[in-house]
Design a binder for this molecule. Sequence first.
Ligand SMILES: C[S@@+](CC[C@H](N)C(=O)[O-])C[C@H]1O[C@@H](n2cnc3c(N)ncnc32)[C@H](O)[C@@H]1O
Length: 253
Amino acid sequence: MSSSDLERNIAVWTKANADHTDAASARAWASDEIHWGMFRVSEAEVGVLGDVSGLDVVELGCGTAYVSAWLAKRGARVVGVDPTPAQLDTARRLMRETGIEFPLVEAPGESVPLPDASFDLALSEHGAAAWADPYRWIPEAARLLRPGGRLVFLHTSPLAWVCFPDAGEITTELQRPYFGLYRSEWAGDEGVDFQLTHGDWIAVLRKAGFEIERLVELQAPADAQRHPYYSDVPPEWARQWPNEEIWVARKRA
Ligand SMILES: C[S@@+](CC[C@H](N)C(=O)[O-])C[C@H]1O[C@@H](n2cnc3c(N)ncnc32)[C@H](O)[C@@H]1O
């Protein structure tokens, strides 16, 4: 990712923060349940995290840091990392309101000013996993993890990616090539985001020193409602195809 890509994405997330994140973030921080993705699939159902109590956790692209807050409530020692000051300001305000406190670091996922081998779990929920260059943030996650540490990230599936038109609702037809997925600029969207083919995700993870343990393709629950903000994926689509997926990889010992 070039520095201008990063500047563009910080501008996008500064605007998104002003437009919509406050009430949604406060609700997310208040949740006692961990759930994944826009259709809120329960962690109790997918079971990718296990017991996080006592673990050192870094969230890369934490945004307003509700995922970090969920893990802090469960006894993890969490550090949230995000390059957008406005998002971190919201996280700080919610810390003051809830009394759940943990360190925040202003940095992109590609270059994190924290020591080597200092975490047991690196996490990303549509943070670095969507907005950082995978050829740089995956090796950075490996650097931050201790041997045997885990990387867990949620992002849009490559299948959904190729079914999105340039603008508007997801379709049931292929809209763009699968081969060559990497850096994307969408019409009407100022930001730059990233996606790879499944084969390329496996290659970048293995090259960085990870073994892949699971790929959880999320299915929307039968009673899923359309997301109030990310409204371009109807629940009926995500009942039939995975709109989002969770990778679980372990750094080789
Ligand atoms: C959808 S939010 C995800 C975070 C969190 N789960 C949330 O919803 O608040 C995307 C976040 O990615 C961050 N981001 C943008 N560029 C990034 C980069 N290069 N590395 C890490 N995070 C980045 C943005 O600042 C934003 O806070």
